[in-house]
Every structure is written in C-alpha cells, then in structure tokens.
Write a protein that binds this ligand. Structure first.
Ligand SMILES: [Zn+2]
Length: 153
C-alpha cells in the first residue's frame, strides 16, 4: 500500500492519538493505486458501550459524494495483540463489496495499540488487502512524499 506522508499525518492526529477502536476511510485519486488522504469518522453510535469500531456509513457516503477522490480502504485501530481483522470487520467488508460491485479489493490497515507516536513502524500498523470472497492478504506499506491534488476530505 502506497500512502503519502500527508495521509499518515492525518491518521496520527486522529486514530493515532486516541485509544483503540476508532477509524475512518482511506482516500486517493480515482484510478490511482495510492492513498493520499484520510477521513476520520466518529463511528456509529450503537447505544451500548462501543467495543468495536463500526464505520458511520451514512456520514462517510455523504462526504464521499462531495469529494473528488475515491474510497481506497478503511483504517481502524485495535488494542495491542489484535493484528487481524475481526469477524465484525469481515462483515463490514462483505457489506462494502455488496454495495460497490465494481470494487475488486480494498485496504484494511489496522493500527495497533494507540495512542502512538508514529506509524512508520511495522509493529504498530498491519496492512491487509481484503477481497470479495473473504480472502485477505498481508501487505507492506510504503510512505511516499509525492504531492497529489487535495481530496478536500
Ligand atoms: Zn477491527
């Protein structure tokens, strides 16, 4: 996963500075395999004490409709020791694929044990590529300094 330093900074300021189980979506230019922006969301209030980050799909879709970039993935945080996507995470992935039939795969990076100082460390971010049939693959990430047009997220 290629990600710009700008996106990393936004992730650190939001998900990285709070306790586990917050998240948001990764954005990038249409048709380009690079993450250039991050949109934090407060998660969906479900009435009970929230144990797992659950994206606020209505809020995120509303914002997505107003910006030039496309969805590249969903990033969220877990407590230390939980590096893999959970059953709920896969459930969300299934929903995302059924709502977006043209989507072939998306990134589901998991930030481990925030609050943290830096994401430039393979011990505190695990990058997964999830596919429509539930397959998921471990991938490396690479931070790049290249400038891209602002998504306006
Ligand atoms: Zn999770």
């Amino acid at each position: 996963m290629l990600i710009t330093r700008t996106a990393i900074r936004k992730i650190l300021k939001t998900v990285g500075s709070q306790t586990a189980e917050t998240g948001g979506i990764l954005l990038g230019p249409v048709g380009k395999d690079v993450v250039t922006d991050f949109l934090f969301d407060n998660g969906k209030a479900n009435g009970k004490k929230r144990m797992e980050y659950e994206p606020d799909v209505d809020y995120l879709n509303g914002r997505l409709a107003k910006i030039d970039c496309e969805l590249k993935g969903v990033l969220h945080s877990h407590p230390k020791g939980y590096t893999d996507p959970s059953e709920d995470d896969f459930e969300y992935a299934r929903k995302t694929f059924s709502l977006n039939p043209s989507l072939r795969s998306f990134w589901m990076p998991i930030v481990i044990g925030p609050p943290i100082e830096t994401l430039i460390d393979e011990k505190n971010i695990f990058v997964w590529l999830v596919c429509p049939k539930g397959e998921y693959y471990s991938r490396k990430f690479l931070v790049i300094d290249e400038k891209f047009p602002d998504c306006g997220a």
